[in-house]
Design a protein around this ligand. Structure first.
Ligand code: HSE
Length: 359
């Protein structure tokens, strides 16, 4: 027995449609609810009610999972049902299941990658064609990659959700989206910036990264420059590239379509098959007490600004290239992001970390 909950105005369109959620909850023949609404309201209430009515829940909704992972996991355990959310991170990539699989053996101290298909599509098209930002954003929306609210893709909010979910699982702690997580998106990237990067054989990607050291984790989302030839530089279109580093497995990465209807549906169906086949996923308590710290790792950054960045950062080695591109050596993410917030009050500056990846 299947039913599809829809808004009242659509009920007549299909015999499976209903707007009566209570009837679904009280129907014993329905053992699983698949939530694909997106957003927090009413998704949070619907998922909670389903778990409380002893129904498994499968969801693609990263916003609600990132904020309520512990609560939903606990509820599912109490009600002897499952809460699976593979499609919430990395689209069609079997990421959560492999993260959990690695954790059966390893401790994981690093999560890293390209977690958003829309921003990757935009940066890739700008790099490949030289087209301006607005033109490629419109094309991403036309292809159905972009979120209804474009800021989720452009400002790193979508990556924040996905990195929160991934790092919470990896470190067995609770990390929810909040203002202390460092986040700078791609809204200010211009065709001139991309051209400047190309001259230096750099490719720009929007990266989410986190690593754990001595009970402190960092959490940064920012444009990052890769030498052409590095793996990240070769991730094209709406593809994601997400990875972990574990004690015995070392660096383990996955590449695949991170956005789009079919890859997302693929991951949803995989979760449903796991339920059907009684395949247990890893159960975590998310109770490790860890602290956020974004000042331990130093990187070189490029900052585009009309202001005198060297004067604003007297304690750092800063050089200037071409028009307004400043190269700042060995600065922490927290110090670089503090500066960019200050610059953003009067202009549309750009910040990009220079990757030191060896592979
Ligand atoms: N808008 C998201 C993306 C969809 O572009 O990655 C998949 O989460």
């Amino acid at each position: 027995m299947s039913q599809i909950w829809v808004r009242p105005e659509r009920v007549q369109q299909n015999p499976l449609f209903t707007d009566d959620y209570q009837a679904i909850l009280s129907n014993d023949e329905i053992d699983t609810v698949v939530e694909v609404l997106g957003g927090l309201d009413p998704a949070y209430d619907l998922i909670k009610a389903a778990l409380e009515h002893n129904k498994n829940v499968v969801t693609a909704n990263k916003a609600v999972v990132a904020r309520h992972l512990t609560e939903f996991t606990t509820l599912a355990r109490e009600h002897h049902v499952k809460f699976y959310f593979e499609s919430s991170v990395g689209g069609g990539i079997p990421w959560i299941i492999n993260l959990e699989r690695a954790l059966r053996i390893d401790q994981i101290d690093s999560i890293h990658g390209i977690f958003n298909g829309t921003s990757n599509f935009i940066l890739d098209e700008m790099t490949e064609t030289g087209a301006p930002f607005d033109v490629v954003l419109a094309e991403a929306q036309r292809r159905g990659y972009a979120e209804a609210v474009p800021s989720a893709d452009l400002d790193g909010d979508d990556i924040e959700n996905k990195l929160c979910i991934s790092a919470s699982i990896a470190y067995d702690t609770e990390i929810k989206p909040n203002d202390n997580l460092l986040k700078f998106g791609i809204r200010n990237v211009t065709a001139a910036d991309v051209s400047f990067f190309k001259k230096h054989h750099w490719v720009v990607k929007l990266i989410g990264r986190s690593f754990l050291q001595d009970n402190r984790y960092n959490f940064v989302i920012e444009p990052t420059l890769y030498a052409s030839g590095k793996i990240e530089a070769g991730v094209h279109q709406n593809y994601n590239y997400v990875g972990l580093r574990g004690t015995t497995i070392g660096k383990l990465s996955f590449n695949g379509q991170g956005a789009g209807e079919l890859p997302t549906a693929h991951a949803l169906i995989q979760d449903l098959l796991d339920l059907e086949l009684h395949m247990e996923h890893l159960n975590r308590a998310f109770q490790q007490p860890l602290e956020l710290g974004n000042d331990s790792k130093l990187l070189d950054y490029i900052i585009r600004s009309e202001q005198d960045v060297a004067a604003l950062l007297p304690d750092y080695e800063v050089t200037k290239e071409e028009a307004d591109y400043w190269i700042v050596k060995q600065i922490s993410a927290s110090a670089a992001h503090k500066l960019i917030q200050q610059l953003s009050k009067t202009e549309k500056p750009l910040l990009a970390a220079i990757s030191q990846q060896r592979s």
